[in-house]
Write a protein that binds this ligand. Structure first.
Ligand code: FAD
Length: 447
């Protein structure tokens, strides 16, 4: 089984795109649009390109996009191919549910499931963007947009003019406020995330950790009000730990340093393996997790500006799919604008991008939020029922392990963004506006 590599054709006309924000989503869109023959100006507020944080999971739909954009081999160079997703009980680490990844996702969804360090992922994208001729401007914080004139102005007074403006400026998006004409802040989800990296050589000194490092799996521990995710990076040299727990940060603080002692205290009565593991942490930090509200529209009424990625659909990370949604957005935008025949179609194609993407990304936000209740159940009858369902029944619709629910899994991993763009374009040429929907996603779920 091979991974599809879609041809990104040069569009019949060449436009100038201004992309605001060089995160994983913005750089992906820049590569795609450039390959489609457009001029791309990529404006980034930071003075250096890079990604903060640690590991990231890349599911099959993004793998197909990366392959088509010519980035996959560099991303794979340092990646881990996890074998299974394991869901474990909080107090003793007993296995509750398992979803195979190797060879399952390649056979069923024509794509691997990868773990990489964010910095490596971003670097691979930036290298490709430079190679294909994306024009990158650093220290370019966009302050204002003249939608009529299609001009963006940065905080240091630079002005850039284009045919299309794409806001990929993240959860605190300036473009979102400018499109709406009012500030629309992301809201607190009640969760925060601790993130830490551990040297696997250190783990090898503890026999009780062998079952974790000797297989490159993803391990989850679900427990009351919190959960832990553990997976490996950088050829297996580094263990990535994420903890989601109730948000205790002061209201005006979004990010803070943290200590391993906090984690040891919080997890004192959990599976003892976790205390051994957390004892090896040298540095950690904690991030408030925020969602953005679903907007009525992602596009400006002038028809030359759209917001994508976290700017339009920031999500909790329970389904490990926020960046994947941003990359899928990039592929649909690319697929449509690789076919544009005339400038008069710009407005239609931005609306079509939204129509093909909005429902899907909204379901990912909704599904991730729903996971908060599933993973963090308090001890009691409901939690026992949840665990019994995973232990005694083969995965079926409504399975608490959303990665194993056959319907939800197919929705999440069985998507091909370039095929969607092609379908959207064909229907557009027949006078119809295509929309993406997936039937029965939640209707039959009995969680
Ligand atoms: C704990 C945690 C774990 C996660 N794990 C996963 C995972 O495993 N898999 C996954 O797919 N997703 C995951 N995500 C989600 C993922 O990190 C985000 O969805 C993704 O990074 C969003 O990409 P983006 O390009 O839309 O936005 P961002 O990455 O936020 O990029 C926005 C960029 O815009 C720039 N910018 C902001 N304002 C301006 C401005 N005014 N002018 C110019 N530039 C500007 C910023 O500096 C930044 O570079 C996780 C998130 C968290 C919090």
């Amino acid at each position: 089984m091979s991974i599809p590599k879609h041809n990104i054709a040069k569009s019949p006309i060449s436009l100038t795109f201004i992309i605001v924000g060089a995160g994983l989503g913005g750089v992906s869109a820049a590569i795609g649009l450039r390959l489609a023959g457009h001029r791309v100006l990529l404006l980034e507020a930071a003075s250096e390109l890079g990604e903060v944080g640690a590991g990231i999971q890349i599911p099959p739909p993004s793998i197909k996009v990366l392959n088509s954009m010519g980035v996959l081999s560099e991303v794979e160079a340092d990646a881990i191919f996890p074998h299974d997703i394991n869901i474990r009980r909080w107090d003793n680490g007993d296995l509750l549910s398992q979803q195979n990844l190797v060879p399952y996702t390649l056979n069923k969804y024509q794509g691997h499931y990868l773990h990489v360090h964010r910095a490596d992922y971003h670097k691979a994208l930036v290298n490709r963007a430079k190679e294909v001729g994306v024009e990158i401007y650093l220290g370019a914080r966009v302050e204002d947009v003249d939608f009529e004139g299609s001009i963006v102005t940065t905080s240091d007074g630079r002005m850039f003019t284009g045919d299309v403006i794409v806001g990929y400026d993240g959860v605190k998006s300036r473009l979102r406020s400018l499109i709406l004409g009012r500030e629309d802040l992301a809201y607190d989800t009640g969760d925060l995330a601790y993130r830490a990296l551990i040297d696997v050589e250190e783990m090898k000194k503890y026999p009780e950790l062998k079952s974790l490092w000797s297989r490159p799996d993803i391990n989850f521990w679900w427990g009351p009000r919190m959960h832990v995710v553990l997976y490996f990076l950088q050829g297996g040299k580094t263990c990535n730990v994420v903890v989601l727990s109730p948000d205790t940060l002061p209201s005006d603080v979004l990010v803070s340093d943290a200590t391993k002692e906090e984690l040891l205290d919080m997890f004192a009565d959990w599976d003892p393996t976790l205390s051994t593991l957390f004892g090896l942490i040298h540095s950690t930090g904690k991030w408030r997790l925020q969602n953005s509200r679903e907007l009525k529209s992602w596009t400006h009424e002038t028809g030359n500006c759209i917001i994508l990625g976290d700017a339009s659909h920031a999500t909790l990370p329970y389904l490990a799919s926020g960046a994947s949604q941003a990359v899928e957005d990039a592929a649909v935008l690319t697929g449509l604008f690789s076919r544009i025949e005339d400038r008069s179609q710009i407005h239609d194609l931005l609306e079509l991008t939204e129509s093909l993407r909005k429902w899907r990304s909204t379901q990912v936000v909704k599904g991730s939020t729903q996971c908060q209740q599933i993973y963090h159940m308090l001890d009691g009858a409901e939690q026992l029922e949840r665990d019994a369902k995973m232990l005694t029944q083969p995965p079926q619709i409504g399975c608490p392990n959303r990665f194993a629910d056959p319907v939800f899994q197919n929705f999440l991993w069985g998507y091909d963004a370039f095929e969607e763009a092609q379908r959207g374009w064909e229907e557009y040429k027949q006078g119809r506006k295509a929309k993406y929907m997936y039937e029965n996603l939640y209707e039959d779920a009995r969680l």
